[in-house]
Design a protein around this ligand. Sequence first.
Ligand SMILES: Nc1ncnc2c1ncn2[C@@H]1O[C@H](COP(=O)(O)OP(=O)(O)OP(=O)(O)O)[C@@H](O)[C@H]1O
Length: 252
Amino acid sequence: MSLQITDIRKAFGGFQALDGVTLTVGEGQLVGLIGPNGAGKSTLFSVVSGFIEADTGEVRFKGADLGRQSPAARARKGLLRTFQVPREFSHLTVRDNLKAAAPGQTGEGLVGLFLRPGEVARQEVEITAKADEVIAFLRLGPVADLPSGRLSGGQKKLLELGRALMVEPSLILLDEPFAGVNPVLIEELVERIRELNARGIGFLIIEHDLQALTRLVPILHVMDRGRILASGTPGEVLEDPKVREAYLGGAA
Ligand SMILES: Nc1ncnc2c1ncn2[C@@H]1O[C@H](COP(=O)(O)OP(=O)(O)OP(=O)(O)O)[C@@H](O)[C@H]1O
């Protein structure tokens, strides 16, 4: 099992955002996570990726308890997340944004630069090559040297995915990858996710665009009010009266 989330609870003030979430993602699985606004989906991602601490419960990745490890430590283990609103550095070029996402750079500190200049130069070559590989894979070549603030919404989502790919991920948590993306780039993203999954990378994907999501994932979990309401194939789950009720209730 790649990711095991057990009985996670998180309250904000008196509000129980996560109310005992238990969920697993198998090695290399493609899994969807849906639910009405405010169900707790993004909060769950924040807990799993280490951006917020749960009140109780456990997150295990590749068998090990992640405890209070930082997001960077989790990323180094291959557990990555993207954000609903992309978090690129808008003044940096696409290529430099990718390079900045590479983990464990010796050159990050001046000490490294003085003590191990050869190592720093070698890393720079490796990181540049990796960034170029990601740019080619995501077809971002034509915009690679533009400031990323000038990208379209869809291109920014591709860059978000690219930043995760700089870290040799084994599981990527994607938060609404298709929101604000034009249909042509949605197709592009779907294809790239499929290719990455074929190479063994697992995905847990929060998405409101059910049409795009259900074409992609064989397994769907539905969250409502901080709990998992239903799990199964997209067909099973979307036919479930409890799920229909949750969505209608949310829209009312
Ligand atoms: N830092 C916070 N402080 C207070 N309340 C929060 C915080 N983060 C989330 N919440 C609340 O927790 C609930 C769950 O939010 P969350 O963003 O996880 O839902 P979601 O399922 O991702 O919704 P959406 O689909 O709209 O993105 C919401 O009611 C939200 O207002």
